[in-house]
Design a protein around this ligand. Structure first.
Ligand code: BDP
Length: 330
């Protein structure tokens, strides 16, 4: 089924459901991850808070495991108003609101504290606001750790090892450009296709964080995990602006508050999941490779031209400058 047909199908199905249920109290939320994954658990937590704050007027039903489709498809449906809430990777949103690509730039954050200072403060709020002209309300960011490479046949210990490897990337221009600069052969595809592509050898590797690497069982097919941590692209909870405008001002406040609390709760869920995912992978015999400073430096240097290019956009240049100013605790 083509992407457009699939999206129209989702929209039609959901619009039918809207008529037959008490949709004003039940917000539908999409996620590609399974029920026990921290992002799904975090939106479920948001639902609990929301029910409390609205005296049961609003609740969220999460559809996990790509039940409503891949991220790009469900995002379109969210913009149309057929899906109310969506938890996606910020990378997927960079295709819709260009300004958000800034958060997908490699080696942007020095550590997770730097990322929290940016995302939980005024810079984060300004970035969320870029979504509104595109029919989406940015509610909150969620942890997603760092993305690193994993490969099927041989470990990546240096840039030389990466040359010419077919690496699955998220479907964005930025990730394709980044792989080109690193010398890999970028192969964009949706998240749901990666496992089979690894098993069949259509790709040599992919890149993701610990929890995704393990929950998708990619580690079974690609047992070499190189912790180069090239990006720290956060997750995000967005809401359809069409549905948002149907809420009362009090309900809007409650939705934002519940999302903010879900975002803080996610930190605990995330850290626990990173540890358990790592243990599971190690127990299964995954080889973990840490790069030395020199090799890390070579990776970062290879992708640094991206910054020159992105800084040509004055809006992105300004956000970048503000993000860099948060490297040290102000
Ligand atoms: C995971 C994100 C998910 C993305 C996926 C991907 O949580 O939203 O769809 O990466 O690589 O880390 O597509």
């Amino acid at each position: 089924m083509s992407r457009i047909v699939r999206t129209l199908f989702i929209i039609a199905t959901l619009l039918l459901c809207v008529q037959s249920t008490h949709a004003e109290t039940l917000l539908r939320s999409a996620d590609v991850h399974p029920r026990d994954y921290p992002t799904v658990q975090s939106v479920m937590f948001m639902s609990e808070r929301l029910q409390i704050y609205t005296n049961g007027e609003l609740a969220i039903k999460v559809y996990p495991s790509r039940q409503l489709g891949e991220e790009q498809d469900t995002l379109l449906a969210t913009m149309f108003g057929a899906i109310d809430i969506n938890r996606v990777s910020v990378a997927a949103l960079g295709n819709i609101a260009q300004e958000l690509r800034v958060l997908a730039l490699p080696y942007l954050f020095t550590d997770v504290e730097h990322q929290y200072r940016v995302l939980r403060g005024p810079i984060g709020d300004d970035i969320l606001a870029f979504l509104e002209p595109h029919g989406l309300i940015g509610l909150a960011f969620l942890d997603s750790g760092a993305r690193s490479f994993y490969t099927r046949e041989k470990p990546i210990r240096s840039l030389a090892d990466l040359q010419g490897l077919k690496i699955r990337v998220q479907n964005t221009d930025l990730s394709i450009q980044m792989m080109d600069m690193l010398g890999a052969n970028a192969t964009p595809m949706s998240f749901g296709q990666v496992y089979e592509s690894l098993i069949t050898g259509v790709i040599d590797g992919a890149e993701n964080n610990w929890p995704s690497y393990v929950s998708t069982r990619h580690f079974e097919a690609a047992p070499y995990y190189t912790l180069d941590r090239h990006t720290m692209i956060p997750e995000i909870i967005v809401m359809s602006k069409r549905r948002w405008l149907q809420l009362t001002p009090e309900q809007q406040v409650a939705v934002k508050q519940a999302a903010r609390e879900a975002s803080l709760h996610m930190e605990t869920l995330w850290n626990a999941r990173v540890s358990s995912a790592r243990e599971k992978a190690l127990a299964a015999g995954v080889t973990v490779i840490e790069l030395d400073n020199k090799t890390n430096g070579a990776f970062a240097a290879a992708v640094s031209p991206l910054y020159r290019e992105y800084k040509e956009d004055p809006v992105i240049a300004n956000i970048l400058q503000r993000i860099h100013a948060q490297r040290q605790i102000p």
